[in-house]
Write a protein that binds this ligand. Structure first.
Ligand SMILES: [Zn+2]
Length: 384
């Protein structure tokens, strides 16, 4: 299922190949985020042209709207959203903890109210796996408790113990593949890989304990969760290091919800294989493009008659066909094409970055390449 094909001699970066029901995913990989069963503003056809191999969808959102009855009747998420390559769904844990109202967490799961219509709902580890079986993604995630970064150590400890217990229940439910009692649902019958999620906040010993206990379950892959929740970058990278050190080398590692291009390079150096992040599509809708020099706000006044493309060396559809001046005009006029073009460019940038990273690892040049990239790339916060 997962093979490590090359490892850098100077750091933990590795190139691998993950085989899932809907194809082969070469790692390190970036997975565009399709929260509502669509990567915002782009079609599956465009995602294929961008060479995306795997995308995400959010179980919590699918569960709340349109609901499992609808997706089950339509044959699962692949058919529903017409995506025939690999798909990953999260367990809903993160959204239950960040979006839902009036939650009550117990050892069996979380009671909450839908953030859409206030309906009272419950998701526990078994429910999370069942929901994801109906959705039918290639990779499904264990249900976890994601405490805030600022939580007290005792509370993070409680969340870690619960996360490990829930992962065991998820693994049982996943292995049993029990009948789901609703004849109207068409449950996809391809193989699904279950990943565990390491929690533990910024605490080295809790991260290690969580990773070790999950590793004992011998799951097909592991994610590092509870990062990118408002903590400073150095602490985030340390949390990744703590977890990574206790995870099995032969399994894929996925940093959830991360990150900026420079952070992705830093995490690849630390042995992470899989990434997802809403930034390339989210900031595009504010008119911000990623370039090798950092972000570029295309609404800036000095670009109003700039004939250059967003980025000179870029081969994406937007850069091959349109000037900064034109895209700026579209954004200023509120035209949908403007945000679509910036989205296409940003996804091309992220997916191309991962291809470059992988090639550099395979050819043994990742160390020199990453130093050059990080020297040139200037992270800026002017995109919000
Ligand atoms: Zn471009």
């Amino acid at each position: 299922m997962f093979e490590v094909l090359a490892t850098d001699s100077g750091c933990k970066a590795r190139a691998g190949r993950l085989t899932v029901a809907h194809g082969v995913v070469e790692t390190p990989v970036f997975m565009p985020v399709g929260t509502q069963a669509t990567v915002k503003a782009v079609s599956p056809h465009e995602l294929r042209e961008l060479q995306a191999r795997i995308i995400l969808a959010n179980s919590y959102h699918m569960f709340i709207r349109p609901g499992l009855e609808v997706i089950g009747k339509l044959g699962g998420l692949h058919r529903f959203e017409n995506w025939d390559r690999a798909l990953l769904t999260d367990s809903g844990g993160f959204q239950v903890f960040s979006l839902a109202k009036l939650r009550k967490v117990t050892d069996s799961g979380v009671h909450f109210q839908s953030h859409i219509d206030g309906q009272r709902l419950f998701i526990g580890p078994r429910e999370a796996v069942r929901i994801q079986r109906v959705l039918g993604a290639d990779i499904i995630m264990a249900f976890d408790e994601c405490p805030p970064w600022t939580a007290a150590k005792e509370d993070i400890d409680v969340a870690v113990q619960r996360t490990v217990r829930w992962a065991r229940i998820c693994a049982e439910e996943w292995a049993a593949a029990a009948e789901i009692p609703n004849s109207k649902l068409q449950i996809p019958n391809h193989q699904q890989l279950l990943f565990g999620i390491v929690q533990g906040g910024g605490c080295a010993e809790l991260r290690r304990e969580c990773a070790e206990q999950l590793a004992a379950l011998d799951l097909p892959g592991y994610a590092i969760g509870g990062v990118s929740v408002g903590e400073p970058e150095e602490e985030m990278l340390r949390a990744i290091e703590y977890a990574e050190a206790a995870l099995p080398v032969a399994k894929p590692r996925y940093a959830m919800g991360l990150g900026q291009p420079n952070q992705i390079v830093e995490m690849v150096r630390r042995g992470v294989d899989m990434f997802d992040c809403v930034l390339p599509t989210r900031v595009a809708r504010n008119g911000t493009a990623y370039t090798a020099d950092g972000t570029l706000n295309l609404k800036r006044a000095e670009l109003k008659d700039d004939p250059a493309p967003i980025e000179n060396e870029c081969g994406c559809y937007a850069c091959q066909n349109f000037s900064r001046a034109y895209i700026r005009h579209l954004l200023k006029a509120g035209e949908i094409l403007g945000l679509r073009l910036v989205t296409l460019h940003n996804l091309h940038f992220y997916l191309g970055l991962m291809r470059t990273i992988r090639a550099a690892i395979v050819s043994g040049e990742f160390g020199a390449w990453s130093r050059q990239f990080l020297e040139r790339y200037k992270p800026r916060e002017d995109y919000e």
